[in-house]
Design a protein around this ligand. Structure first.
Ligand code: SF4
Length: 271
């Protein structure tokens, strides 16, 4: 029986990896990761993934798009521009499909053809819809899944600080360890990108130009620039750690003229 941890580089998946390796043995645990281009996954996430892997004595298994090494990986903008679309038929983000779902399913088919495995995710008890969705999609294909943070009574540490490993610094601004410039994220995420990563901001505008469609529902990134410039000038903090409604209420209180404060759903990437 293989125990396959969907090892995203996020703190939750690391906690799951530690719990699974402790319960079933490092030799029976697989840390499965889709590496992400260095331009959009911070070096600190890569540091975190490596430190937890070293601590467990379990090397990271990579299932990358086309089997490419990290220095040749396309980022989310490259894959959508190549396909001339932001979404695939069902409405899910094309980058998720190309960079994560397709390599994941290919890896499973090649490495767990007998389906004698359990696949673990880092969802917590507040993410019941994601748990049900994942259990249903993989269950239909004959795979078992488990969610230690949400379902196990014990055995999951609350922070990697307990084993002397600092969580990724990305969490200072962002709630998730997703690609920076996530194509599924909302305006609040893109404000952080605008403030902290002008290189990614410019590449995202390039992708909108090439595809002729917008990343955000309400407007192009270019049209948002004056709004974001005002927000930055007035000292609106670049953070996802303020709940969206409160964040945009604060923006209005600061006197910024914005009428498109509605934010979008969080990333639904496989892991
Ligand atoms: S984290 Fe966001 S940008 Fe990255 S693959 Fe998932 S949806 Fe796309």
């Amino acid at each position: 029986m293989k125990h396959i941890v969907c090892y995203s580089g996020g703190h939750s998946s690391a906690r799951v990896a530690i719990a699974v390796a402790k319960k079933y043995g490092a030799e029976n645990t697989i840390l499965l990761n889709h590496d992400i281009a260095e331009s959009v996954e911070s070096s600190d996430i890569k540091r975190f993934k490596a430190q937890v892997s070293n601590y467990l004595g379990v090397p990271i298994t990579y299932a990358n798009i086309k089997g490419l090494p990290v220095d040749q990986l396309p980022d989310q903008f490259d894959v959508v521009v190549e396909a001339s679309a932001f979404k695939v038929g069902s409405g899910t983000e094309l980058c998720t499909s190309r960079l994560k779902t397709e390599p994941f399913m290919k890896w499973l088919k090649e490495n767990a053809p007998d389906k004698d495995c359990v696949i673990y995710y880092g969802f917590d008890a507040n993410e019941q819809h994601r748990i049900q969705r994942r259990a249903s999609i993989l269950g239909e294909q004959g795979y078992k899944t488990d969610y230690p943070i949400a379902l196990w009574k014990d055995g999951v540490i609350s922070s990697t600080l307990e084993i002397g490993i600092e969580p990724p610094m990305q969490y200072e601004h962002f709630k998730h360890a997703n690609c920076i410039g996530c194509l599924k994220a909302g305006k609040q995420h893109w404000y952080i990108v605008y403030c902290t990563r002008p290189d990614i901001w410019e590449k995202a505008k390039w992708a909108e130009d090439e595809i002729g469609y917008t990343i955000l529902r309400e407007s192009t990134l270019e049209a948002l620039e004056p709004v974001f410039a005002d927000m930055k000038r007035l000292g609106v903090p670049a953070t996802e750690h303020i709940e969206a409604n409160a964040f945009w209420a604060g923006v209005r209180r600061a006197g910024v003229d914005t009428s498109t404060e509605q934010d979008r759903k969080p990333c639904e990437c496989l892991f």
